[in-house]
Design a protein around this ligand. Structure first.
Ligand code: PMP
Ligand code: GLN
Length: 378
């Protein structure tokens, strides 16, 4: 067979989690919590199943869930998304991202991707005939060089993919970044795919800058979100996409034949659970405390770091410890020291080695303590 994606390697998350499993290592590689979702949410799902919500949901998702998502966006970012025509519930953000790209990117279209980038954008762009155009974030704090960004815009640019809070760097885009993006796209038809799965995981004085807050961006954007990240339930694969009606109409043309609809009882449960804003507003302080515990415990180690501004990932710089490539070191740490992390050069277009590894701190104190004890011996 002729492969559509001949050079695509196995995802680093599969590689590192299976290596961690094989060597019985503490797994801070793939991003998922090692603790359970709120028992109330689980009870709500069981109740929905017992109440008979076990058949297909409406194609775009149940109305009450779309309504509560719409209220949430309005209260946090001031933007109106009509539940009837501008929100679709998806099988995680991954399906939302796939569907958005498949619906809107055609053969030969260029899609600007800020690098390092989460690994699901480019394969989908390629698979749909598009051409990813990388724009490298600058330095160890991953700043956006807006002149460089603007220099990559051509008449074939169809879409820009952004991700804030940013995986893997933990950087939160500033309001100034969003103004720059808005200005750069003014007077163009370029669309924005905004991956905001970590919108509620923001620390210190940082604020999540959703594209929905900026009218000149919101009108051209598809926002993707994940309940897996928000409610410690990555295995449920639930999320949504919000976009103005003309974009959502195109999105749904693919969604309808991609999955048609997603898990019905979980939608029923989420519709109730999301009515309580505390259930997502408390997440920032909750994960900030985990980040602080992790970083305080390795203060005297030989790793250096800039505290993560958002997400549940922390980059640690190992230049004082080793001159190995991050891929080699991540492998060796897993096999010899029983600690798994993610080498971030695999998300970089130029495979530039920044001497940094990514660690996921969405873990119990016990797991974090095991990990930091290992880090302190290195
Ligand atoms: N985008 C980013 C930046 C992610 O880190 C992830 C990982 N969860 C996803 C999208 C995919 O989200 P989901 O698990 O809801 O498909
Ligand atoms: N988003 C998770 C991470 O960055 C991984 C999700 C996956 O395994 N595809 O670690």
């Amino acid at each position: 067979i002729t492969s559509k994606l001949p050079d695509l390697p196995t995802s680093i998350f599969t590689v590192m989690s299976s290596l961690a499993h094989k060597h019985d290592a503490v797994n801070l590689s793939q991003g998922f919590p090692d603790f359970s979702p709120d028992p109330l949410l689980i009870d709500l799902i069981a109740k929905a199943m017992k109440d008979g919500y076990n058949q297909y949901a409406p194609m775009a998702g149940i109305y009450s869930l779309r309504e509560v998502i719409s209220h949430k966006i309005k209260s946090l970012y001031g933007a109106e998304y009509h539940p009837e025509s501008e929100i679709t519930v998806t099988a995680g953000a991954t399906q939302a991202i796939y569907t958005a790209i498949a619906a809107l990117v055609s053969t030969g279209d260029e899609v600007i991707v800020l690098k390092p980038a989460y690994d699901c954008y480019e394969p989908v762009i390629w698979a749909n005939g598009g051409i990813p155009v990388p724009v490298q974030l600058q330095g160890k704090t991953y700043q956006i060089d807006w002149d460089l960004f603007r220099s990559k815009i051509t008449e074939r640019t169809k879409m820009v993919v952004i991700n804030t809070p940013h995986n893997p760097s933990g950087r939160v885009f500033s309001a100034e970044d969003m103004h720059q993006l808005q200005q750069s796209l003014e007077h163009t038809d370029i669309l924005v795919l905004s991956d905001e799965v970590y919108e509620h995981l923001v620390f210190d004085d940082n604020t999540h800058q959703s594209v929905s807050k900026f009218p000149g961006l919101a009108e051209r954007s598809l926002v993707c979100a994940s309940f897996g990240k928000t409610f410690h339930s990555t295995g449920w694969k639930m999320g949504y996409c919000a976009a103005p009606q003309p974009l959502m109409k195109e999105f749904q043309k693919i969604h309808e034949f991609n999955v048609f609809c997603v898990n019905h009882p979980i939608q029923r449960a989420l519709a109730v659970y999301l009515e309580e804003p505390k259930n997502y507003l408390d997440l920032g302080p909750f994960f900030q405390q985990k980040r602080d515990h992790f970083l305080n415990s390795i203060r005297d180690s030989r790793f250096s770091f800039t505290p993560s501004q958002g997400t549940y990932f922390q980059l640690l710089d190992y230049s004082a410890i080793s001159d190995e490539s991050d891929v080699d070191l991540a492998h060796r740490l897993t096999v010899d020291h029983k600690l798994a992390s993610i080498p971030i050069s695999v998300f970089n277009s130029n495979a530039e080695d920044h001497s940094q590894l990514r660690f996921c701190f969405a873990k119990t104190t016990e797991t974090l303590d095991k990990a930091t004890a290992i880090i302190n011996t290195l």
